[in-house]
Design a binder for this molecule. Sequence first.
Ligand code: NAD
Length: 319
Amino acid sequence: MLIVPEALIAQLVSADDAFKAIEACFASMARGDAYNFPVVREALGEGRQYGFKSGLDRAGAMLGVKAGGYFPGNGDKGMINHQSSVFLFDPKTGKPQAMVGGNLLTALRTAAASAISIDRLARKDARVLGIVGAGHQAGFQLRAAAKVRRFERVIAWNLHPDMLPKLGAVAAELGLPFEAVDLPRMREADVIITITSSPAASLMAAHVSPGTHLACMGTDTKGKQEVDPALVAAAHVFTDEVAQSISIGEAQHAVAAGTLDAHAITPLGEVLIGRDPGRRSAEEITLFDGTGVGLQDLAVAAVAVARARERGMGIDVGV
Ligand code: NAD
């Protein structure tokens, strides 16, 4: 079994690797070659969440689990709030193959998912990127989004405005003008990424213009909510996995309220394999409900392990 610690991941997996791996993962799910097992997610108190995301990809020969969660007090200890590890097993025998640091991989695979949704669903002429949220994950989402459209500027809102300059620095690195705005000015955006841990909607229907693509990435647990359920109900909704979208994703609220039919939600993989056309007009609002599936974690962990083996990196514990 190979151990690939967190400190090696940045040398082994790039944002482009993650983009390709997640496209293949969503396509595999749409073809029925891969499926996710039910998510286990438990509240530990004081805002801490812990759980397991797992799955099997027959085509990619991947079986495994990501164990981890969200620990909101970590910032004070100089750590990021998400902490996770991925375990890979041989799908034929169950033998453990690898244990891989999951923190950077989570950031990369989550950014890749929203970028794939922008690539496939946003209007080609999208020029203004809006971001709601400015925590650890926001910079990754911005970097990945900037690779798939020619954005000319970035506007951002965060409940805690003191966090915005860090996101502004990422925009500056990318050569993009950056402005902190209030929520009604999100109407200027052609694409909006939401990436907060909010328990109630911030982005309302009145804050979004026709033709916008929304990548809603923060809601990955029961009880979280980033956008107005009326906006979700009015949008053309896509997701990584419908079962997660309606139970722990942004769509959970509109589905529970009876304003969105679960059958109207399309897996993004269907678009990737050409079975669904995606956006239907320049005016419709498309919304990707990115809940984060276990197969995404396995896909990027498998890249890390393959690269580490090629380069003789990691710690082989020989079992
Ligand atoms: P973080 O703790 O670094 O940042 C949290 C963000 O949420 C900050 O922008 C903060 O200002 C904002 N926020 C906190 N309380 C809020 C409130 N009450 N209303 C509005 N905004 C509020 O977290 P992060 O690593 O940037 O992750 C952000 C969110 O994305 C978390 O909810 C996390 O669970 C989720 N996430 C989802 C996936 C996925 O695959 N869908 C993957 C990683 C993270």
